[in-house]
Design a protein around this ligand. Structure first.
Ligand SMILES: Cc1cc2nc3c(=O)[nH]c(=O)nc-3n(C[C@H](O)[C@H](O)[C@H](O)COP(=O)(O)O)c2cc1C
Length: 188
């Protein structure tokens, strides 16, 4: 079983990064093969909406997304991890997701089925404030992303009130919760 983690924060060893690492360790502890993509380190241009993908389901921008599409389609589980930036995902994570409009075109325009059902996904998100709607935008985005790539939105870990780099280490349960989320993604 292959679990792909998408790390959407620009802050290496920050809260999202630490949470995702724990989740991936959890998945690995259950026998999964893991891979982590640090989006900020990659070259992923934003979607230019020229809709070349409507013809054959392929994006006409040549960059790191060429390598990421097959990873997204071949993983048995996908974890999106991002801090909340202005009530949404980071622009790094969103750029990767927007480029999956090519996969949207395959599914909804060209009527090609995404890989087999049974693939599962989870969202890990962390924000500084306490607002009730803090995660609403990100949850919607990731649900639609997963639907597009043929992954069921199976789990989430949404953590409020964490701001400083590495502050997540002081949270009473978050890192253990992330580890368990990773385990569940492989087990259930
Ligand atoms: C550009 C920017 C926008 C942010 N917007 C929000 C926000 O809308 N709501 C919130 O609660 N926290 C917001 N934050 C705080 C981060 O979500 C918070 O510091 C988080 O713990 C960072 O996680 P990281 O260490 O994984 O990057 C923002 C931070 C930045 C830099």
């Amino acid at each position: 079983m292959r679990i792909l983690g998408i790390m959407g924060s620009p802050r290496i060893r920050g809260n999202t990064d630490l949470l995702l690492d724990e989740a991936l360790k959890g998945a690995q502890s259950q026998g999964a093969e893991i891979e982590k993509i640090v989006v900020d380190k990659l070259k992923i241009a934003p979607c230019r909406e020229d809709y070349a993908c409507l013809k054959d389901g392929n994006c006409d921008i040549r960059d790191t997304m060429d390598d990421i599409y097959p990873k997204l389609l071949n993983a048995d589980g996908v974890i999106v991890a991002s801090p909340i930036f202005f009530y949404g995902l980071t622009s790094q994570a969103k750029a990767l997701i927007d480029r999956c409009q090519a996969l949207w075109a395959r599914k909804y325009v060209l009527k090609q089925k995404p890989p087999d059902s049974g693939r599962k996904g989870a969202l890990i998100a962390v924000g500084a404030t306490q607002g009730e709607k803090l995660f609403d935008g990100s949850v919607l985005t990731v649900r639609y992303f997963f639907q597009t790539i043929g992954v069921k939105y199976a789990d989430e870990l949404l953590i409020r009130g964490i701001d400083k780099k590495g502050e997540i280490k002081e949270h009473p349960t978050a890192l253990r919760d992330a580890f368990e989320l990773g385990c569940r993604l492989v087990q259930d």
